[in-house]
Design a protein around this ligand. Structure first.
Ligand SMILES: [Zn+2]
Length: 484
């Protein structure tokens, strides 16, 4: 699909389905995935069974199920429901339930789809099925339930062109309990995966390995592995099958040991840098924020996937060139270590908090990860190098910037989210020290847990003000909330 065509589909989607936004819909609480990789043929067969649970207080009689236009399923059916309408253009299906789904009740949705490599190597959606490396992401393969804001147009001029009203999300600093729109993505899920690949492949899915067996499938000898999560995770599982080398090393922490898997870590020195970053960052979180909730953490050094680093729950993807084949600068500043710390931090910032609130995530995800970079680089003597680097980047951005000034927590530009964040947290640490900051982050986690609702960037500022001396409040407000 051409990008311009996608805009039309998105506009049509919003016009046709916005009224579903206020209808009670079930949420996905469990994903059972069967994935069969055929790396030599460049395809994967996927069968998903989703448990849909009614967490609302109303009965549900209709369910809207959407698929991504690039990954159209062969079949979708909902247990005890009939397909009332199938809108091919926007890939939406409306199901009528024979018996209402009452509060607390669940139903199964089954979907079968085949993913094929369309590009020579990777695609913008990251999916790749190849020998020696295959990688599938649950989003956008998993159907979405109800109205999904991710299917809508966000660009303001495109919205105007399509005759859609301007988006009116409150800005991050103005978010309150009553105006916060919580999206379906806020729901975490349990994931069970059964992955099958030719013998010789190492497969990976969220959770822990439960069972493994080999089989003869035609003239192919396959290995199947069953994985299951022990705790609910953010609903963006990744499924991987690779022939690359893999190593397992323990990261020994005060309270437990985490198994660190390193896939395609073919440079010993670089492997040690990543393992050290993993151990030290996991230990810091265990001591100051909350322990790592899983038993395993996997580093995948993948060829040419686009971003230099990318974090999924329990799985971190790094660009092989930048992570394995680059040496640190002469001044001792090791971007590999810094990048690894940053991606490990997303196991908390991004995957435990910072999702589920439209237009309020950058700070809790990226800016807090920059704070952790500062904390981890300081004892290694390279924190100032990071601050200088980000100060230069930010000054450069400001010179060419013509957009109106924004408050830091409302910023969505890379310059605000990363560079300005580094400068703000460097100053804040000098001003009040780390304790009120880590106390605030812990309080954010506790609040999200106890309320069961996503916390917001503004909560960080409020909780920080409550934990710092009044003499610093004016400067804290300037740093986080004043437009500049
Ligand atoms: Zn990041």
């Amino acid at each position: 699909m051409m990008p311009s065509e996608r805009h039309h589909v998105k506009a049509a989607y919003e016009k046709r389905y916005l009224h579903w936004k206020d209808k009670a819909q079930p949420v996905v609480t469990h994903i059972q995935a069967n994935v069969r990789f055929y790396p030599l043929r460049g395809i994967a067969d996927i069968a998903l069974s989703l448990t849909l649970t009614n967490h609302s207080n109303s009965r549900i009689d209709k369910i809207l199920v959407g698929a991504h236009p690039d990954f159209t399923p062969e079949n979708i059916d909902v247990e005890g429901a009939t397909l009332n309408h199938y809108d091919v253009y926007t890939q939406q299906r409306e199901f009528d339930l024979v018996n209402s789904l009452l509060p607390g009740q669940s139903k199964q949705l089954n979907v079968a789809l085949q993913v094929a490599n369309k590009n020579l190597w990777t695609s913008p959606t990251h999916h790749v099925i190849r020998k020696p490396f295959s990688y599938l992401r649950g989003v956008p393969l998993i159907p979405s339930i109800g109205f999904n804001r991710y299917f809508t147009l966000t660009d303001s001029s495109l919205r105007e062109e399509a005759g859609l009203p301007a988006l009116q999300y409150p800005i991050a600093s103005a978010l309150t309990a009553s105006n916060a729109e919580i999206s379906a993505e806020a729901q975490t899920v349990m994931v069970t995966s059964q992955l099958t690949a030719p013998v010789g492949y190492f497969t990976l899915a969220p959770g822990e390995k439960r069972k493994q067996w080999t089989e003869q499938d035609g003239d192919e000898h396959t290995m199947t592995t069953l994985y299951a999560t022990r705790e609910p995770i953010r609903a963006i599982p990744a499924w991987i099958a690779t022939e690359f080398t893999h190593a397992h090393e323990p990261a020994v922490l005060a309270d437990k040991s985490v198994e660190v898997n390193l896939i395609a870590a073919d440079n010993e020195e670089a492997k040690d840098v990543h393992l050290r970053a993993a151990t030290q960052t996991l230990a810091w979180f265990e001591q100051h924020i909350a322990p790592y909730p899983y038993a395993q953490l996997t580093f995948v050094f993948a060829p040419d996937l686009g971003p230099s680093g990318y974090a999924l729950p329990q799985v971190l993807i790094f660009d092989h060139l930048l992570a394995m084949r680059t040496t640190p600068m002469e001044d001792g500043f090791d971007q590999r270590y810094r990048r690894a710390v940053h991606e490990v931090a997303h196991q908390w910032f991004g995957h435990q908090i910072g999702f589920g609130l439209p237009a309020d995530s950058a700070f809790l995800v990226e800016s807090l990860a920059k704070y952790v970079e500062l904390v981890m680089l300081e004892p290694r003597g390279t924190m100032n190098k990071l601050v200088e680097y980000e100060a230069r980047r930010y000054a450069h951005y400001q010179q060419g910037n013509t957009t109106p000034p924004v408050a830091f927590i409302n910023g969505t530009e890379t310059a605000d989210v990363y560079s300005r964040a580094t400068l703000v947290f460097a100053e804040l640490r000098q001003l009040v020290g780390d304790k009120p900051i880590t106390d605030t982050i812990r309080a954010l986690f506790e609040r999200q847990k106890s309320k069961g609702k996503p916390v917001a960037a503004i909560d960080f500022v409020r909780l920080l003000l409550a934990r710092t001396n009044r003499v610093h409040h004016k400067r804290i407000q300037q740093l986080f909330l004043e437009e500049s």
